[in-house]
Design a protein around this ligand. Structure first.
Ligand code: SF4
Length: 323
């Protein structure tokens, strides 16, 4: 197997909650707790879970947009966990991001040429003409006309803006793109076009994607493997076909049961998740899912289940399932 584009081990992020005049730390928000995963070239790993489960924080940690509390991040084999800005600079071009909101993520006062060309100006070594040519080629590749580079981002629809965001992310020829809810703000018909564009680009360029989404329909379309997160931890990770055909963790099962399907009558064993996700400031002891798990036993309240490898590519954290 080729070297992973990204490999993280024991990744942890706790945010201090400060109160009072002296801003004393009164609690910690345990947003991400011991996440390990890797992504191969040309692979899409989808990170799924309810909002607040820590999936977006994992994406930002991998891109070193925030400092991890613990764990290691390796980009193309190099440990970048604690690199400073200058040392991190050559690695940034290999890992880029596509944001959720195409309206908020592009500066409306800048022309498209400036937005898409900015990474080339900041990190590349191309002269002005070569940059302009590259921006034109990128725009055409994502399905926009080259002459749109003189227009402003606010002149475009949501789907077109997300294409601009993708063109900008591709400008430095990265090996990894972190796409955080990249299509969730778009209409369904536009979503499919953008997903197909991402899949075509992946095939052409051998791109790896960390695709963060709460939408299992989208994940089923684009993913190769799926990692399910609950309260900062991965509870199941497996190829997409295994997750959808035979989910093992009760939380994965509940998520899939709750996903909209064309014919609801086709589903007979629907598991309904009750209650809200507990606060990451005070996660339940033992298995973090035990407060909502329909099959919890006393042991679940006492000891956290380790993430066990059931097969070389399928791991689950549950005391009862897959044992
Ligand atoms: Fe449910 Fe217990 Fe498994 Fe957690 S360890 S998912 S509470 S059965």
């Amino acid at each position: 197997m080729s070297e992973p584009v990204v490999s993280v081990s024991g990744l942890t992020k706790h945010f201090p909650v400060r109160r009072g005049l002296l801003q004393r730390t009164v609690a910690m928000v345990r947003a991400v707790d011991g996440v390990s995963l890797d992504i191969a070239p040309g692979e899409t790993l989808c990170l799924v879970g309810e909002s607040g489960c820590g999936k977006s924080t994992v994406g930002r940690l991998i891109l070193r947009l925030m400092e991890p509390t613990a764990g290691t991040i390796r980009l193309r084999g190099t440990d970048v966990t604690h690199l400073g800005d200058a040392a991190m600079r050559p690695h940034r071009r290999h890992a880029q991001m596509v944001f959720q909101d195409p309206y908020a993520s592009l500066n409306p006062r800048l022309t498209v040429g400036t937005i898409v060309g900015e990474p080339l100006e900041n990190y590349g070594d191309l002269d002005k003409q070569a940059r302009t040519d590259k921006v034109a080629a990128l725009l055409e590749r994502v399905g926009l006309r080259a002459d749109t580079m003189r227009r402003y981002a606010f002149e475009f629809s949501g789907g077109q803006r997300q294409r601009l965001g993708i063109a900008r992310a591709l400008a430095l020829d990265p090996g990894l793109i972190v796409a955080d809810e990249a299509v969730s703000a778009l209409d369904v018909s536009v979503q499919a076009q953008v997903l197909n564009l991402l899949m075509d680009l992946q095939e052409e360029r051998g791109l790896a994607f960390l695709f963060i989404s709460h939408d299992l329909g989208v994940v089923e379309h684009i993913g190769h493997r799926i990692a399910v997160m609950y309260l900062g931890e991965i509870v199941e990770i497996a190829p997409k076909t295994a997750i959808f055909a035979r989910p093992i963790h009760p939380y994965t099962e509940a998520l899939i049961a709750a996903a909209p399907i064309a014919d609801p009558r086709a589903r007979t064993d629907r598991i309904v998740l009750e209650g809200d996700i507990p606060s990451p400031m005070n996660p339940p002891p033992g298995c973090r899912f035990h407060t909502r798990c329909p099959i919890a036993v006393p042991k679940c309240r006492e000891s956290p289940p380790p993430l066990r490898q059931l097969t070389p590519d399928h791991a689950v954290a549950c005391h009862l399932r897959g044992a």
